[in-house]
Design a protein around this ligand. Sequence first.
Ligand code: ZN
Length: 244
Amino acid sequence: MRIAIVADVHANLVSFQAVLRHAEEGGALDAIWCLGDTVGYGPQPNECLDLLRSHEHLAVAGNHDLAACGSMTVDEFNADAAKAALWTGKQLTQSSREYLQSLPLICQRGEFTLVHGSLREPEWEYLLSTSQARAQFALQETRYSIVGHSHMPFVCREIDPEPPTLLFATDGERTGLTEQRLILNPGSAGQPRDGDPRAGYALYDTDAAAVTFARVEYDIAATQRAMKKAGLPRWLSDRLSEGL
Ligand code: ZN
């Protein structure tokens, strides 16, 4: 099976479509695994949810998903994120809202656990340090876990009793799945924040037992035009050009 692993699509339909096209270049896609924050920030929340739901998929809820569907307040959000979350909430169709409300915070499939932030704080923790990785491994019941939320692609390896290693994953990097326990982050498909504005995702090839990270060019200006038309905060649109 070929599975596209995506996180933090953030209602950026143009980038999400580009990611799926890229994933399909190497062969048919069997499923999408989605680490949450499919909506929020961007201009096309329903379209992104429809595209996700048109595929065989697994998904967990992110903080932006929960805020948009009314399952969480925006009290913890910064001003622009809160504004976008409230705008998103107004756009959601009944079907999109109910779908978001139905998503679990944590999902297990085979050797994998999916969670947006971290196992100890699914909605909020930005898992980016070795001490946080250690806490994640302690709670991780499966060999591998996949997170999103930080918008930073990485591979973290457990090397007990040494501290885990957490290394940024670059375009084209391939990680073989062995007995070693891992935490993976595919990066953000809709709002990269590592200085590279290209959409990020990872492809899991079950036959090869490997995950390959990829970055994909997309029409950033098209998304920015849609954001302007929707009246979304300027900074949220500007940052897409920089990947910040
Ligand atoms: Zn996010």
